[in-house]
Design a protein around this ligand. Sequence first.
Ligand SMILES: Cc1cc2nc3c(=O)[nH]c(=O)nc-3n(C[C@H](O)[C@H](O)[C@H](O)COP(=O)(O)O)c2cc1C
Length: 193
Amino acid sequence: MDRHNLRQPEAEVGALFVDRWSPRSFSTEELTDEQLSSLFEAARWAPSCYNEQPAHFVYARTAEDRERFCEALMDGNKVWARNAPVLLFVLTRKVFGHNGKPNRWAAFDAGSAWMSLALQARMLGLHAHAMAGFHRDKAFDILGINPEEYEVMAAVAIGRRADPSQLDEQTATKEVPNDRRPLAEVASETRLE
Ligand SMILES: Cc1cc2nc3c(=O)[nH]c(=O)nc-3n(C[C@H](O)[C@H](O)[C@H](O)COP(=O)(O)O)c2cc1C
């Protein structure tokens, strides 16, 4: 597992949480069917409001499909994400199946599912890097989905990490793990501090 000096836990925590980060240097090595199933299986077990399971992952893994998905990415992401062997979009269904009412927790639940996938990726020796930097309208076009029914929450690049020397100069400066706010700022007892 990767170890990074910047990411010093302030309390006892499972190594997996600190070990997950978002690199940009991906190897083109393909994912196996088993790896892919394992990622989605992890996402499947995420909790959700009314057990609605609103998250859905649409993925691309052939060169042709990845290129098509890349067209929706903003340039700053396109430059590095096109190397990743799997690109996907995280969708969430906006309406509850049981009563047709708007699901205010759909984004929250898709977040849980994506995080499960990202942690499972680390357990497989892979990395998953989420992106908000995509053109929403293009994503709807490419995926052929109805914006009344689904929201596109994020794009995600998944793969094995490669030597960062393959990155262009500008992207290479970003290839460092991010630190976190102090633990004291994350939670407070009885009221917002
Ligand atoms: C919803 C979401 C959107 C993000 N959008 C982008 C993006 O467009 N481009 C990018 O390079 N990183 C993006 N990131 C990665 C974050 O910048 C990164 O997760 C954050 O800085 C914490 O760093 P870490 O994941 O390495 O711990 C995104 C992450 C999330 C969860």
